[in-house]
Design a protein around this ligand. Structure first.
Ligand SMILES: [Zn+2]
Length: 469
């Protein structure tokens, strides 16, 4: 069975040797400005991919894996030199879920849903979607997009990558609502980037020996399979309009002399797929995984913090969140990643209630959208949104001016009755604006009768915070 799959390197070489592509007047694609370094792409993508592998069922099936890898390697070897990044590391995995989808993460990890393979009518169609995804990677659209978004930045991106399906402790301060935490930042693209990925993808396909028009064919197949709300792929990759026309136009300028016509491997994969049990939906698959253990709270689960909490250690440990921010916390605090925030809390101080995480001691870092307000108004709004998830919370004081993350910040205190434990607690909020205007915040929580010993800990943690914006 393996014999069909000649080594991918040989395959790639053959593809290049066989397909003498005559290129005339192809559209020149210029990657967008990007404030991240290629090595940050790699790091962010690596972390996001680790999360994907945790959340979604990856197929461990030699036939499928080597087939998709073969197509992937062939496409990668056709990436034009000016878009090659030596630090990128390309991987190609099949996710055993039913939806027609595929996605790639910064720095190279690519995931193709089994539903996409099921829907494809030819190898060229699979290659079309993969070439499109690969183009997003080499044009570095994920990080360019993340840097551009109003709400983007550190806490949110780190949280988004590291996150879970469940909202943060403080309710929907920043609502994600994506398929799995990583969603929006790296996978949802503007129409401008879509067109770039279509056109670059066409060129890569042609260089790799595929007919670029197969990309348009696959997009049509995806659109036809709309269903309720349409496939996720389309909402992440919106049609810039005219998609089929400009792909066809681009294809005309890209002659592929020896297109790949061998369909044996494709047919073999299709008949193999037909023999497998049907793939679950993404929702079924993620639900099965999330109820299968792990510390992540899933909807409705209740796990009250035990309340037996050691005092904060006097030794500190530094965490570097995806090169985006750095903070030192007492070494007996654990890092707990949520969909949009990062939390540090000691054992026994963390639990879940009604699908939301609850903590009694520790600190949480996050980011809130702020488009037009001054620091104080934005902080007022943050506190207001915190109050929505914590109806017993009351303001105790006005704002103190403090230094926060090396910039002008505000600090204030609130009193709350923790709904999960019934205890009174002090909530200390710190906030400052990032360069893009969004609000970076930290929230320290401790029971009222222990607050005196936590106040200086919060200030010390906050004092160590360094942000890379
Ligand atoms: Zn796209």
């Amino acid at each position: 069975m393996k014999a069909r799959f000649i080594s991918t390197r040989t395959q790639a070489l053959l593809a290049i040797l066989l397909s003498s592509t005559v290129v005339t007047a192809q559209t020149r694609i210029v990657p967008p400005n990007n404030s991240y370094s290629p090595s940050q792409d790699v790091e962010l993508g690596r972390q996001a991919a680790a999360q994907v592998r945790q959340e979604l069922p990856i197929m461990r099936d030699d036939l499928m894996t080597s087939y998709v890898e073969g197509i992937g390697r062939r496409l990668v070897s056709a990436v034009p030199p000016e878009l090659q990044h030596s630090e990128f590391h390309y991987t190609f995995e099949v996710v055993n879920v039913r939806e027609i989808n595929a996605f790639a993460l910064p720095g190279g990890p690519m995931f193709v849903n089994r539903g996409m393979m099921d829907a494809a009518k030819s190898e060229g169609e699979i290659a079309g979607v993969m070439a499109h995804e690969l183009s997003h990677v080499v044009l570095r659209h994920g990080t360019a997009q993340a840097g551009k978004q109003t709400a983007a930045g550190i806490g949110q991106i780190a949280g988004a990558i590291l996150g879970s399906i469940v909202g943060g402790t403080w309710g929907q301060v920043i609502s994600q609502g994506t398929q799995f935490g990583i969603g929006t930042y790296f996978l949802k693209f503007s129409r401008e980037y879509e067109q770039q990925a279509d056109l670059e993808g066409c060129q890569i396909m042609a260089r790799a020996g595929y007919d670029p028009r197969d990309m348009a064919n696959m997009f049509k197949t995806i659109e036809k399979q709309g269903g309720s709300g349409g496939p996720q792929w389309l909402s992440d990759h919106p049609n810039p309009g005219n998609r089929y026309n400009y792909i066809t136009e681009e294809a005309k300028s890209l002659r592929v002399d020896n297109p790949i016509r061998d369909t044996r491997a494709f047919n073999q994969v299709k008949s193999h797929l037909a023999q497998l049990a049907p793939a679950p939906t993404t929702e079924q698959a993620t639900r099965a995984r999330n109820t299968g253990g792990g510390r992540r709270p899933s909807g409705g689960e209740t796990r009250t913090p035990t309340g037996r909490v050691q005092p904060p250690s006097s030794s500190y440990r530094t965490y570097d969140e995806a090169n985006l921010f750095r903070v030192s916390v007492p070494s007996n605090w654990q890092e707990i990643q949520e969909s949009s925030t990062v939390m540090f809390a000691p054992d026994g101080a963390y639990g879940a209630s009604g699908g939301q995480s609850v903590f009694t001691h520790g600190m949480e870092f996050g980011l809130a959208r702020n488009e037009s307000h001054d620091l104080q108004t934005a902080t007022d709004e943050l506190i207001q949104s915190l109050s929505q998830g914590n109806p017993n919370m009351r303001r105790q004081a006005g704002y103190d001016r403090v230094s926060f993350a090396g910039r002008r910040g505000l600090r204030t205190q609130l009193l709350n009755r923790n709904e999960a434990t019934g205890q009174d607690e002090v909530v200390q909020v710190y906030a400052a604006q990032l360069r893009n205007g969004n609000l970076l915040y930290a929230i320290g929580v401790a029971p009222r009768d222990e607050f005196a010993s936590y106040r200086s800990v919060f200030d010390r943690v906050v004092g160590s915070l360094a942000v890379n914006d």
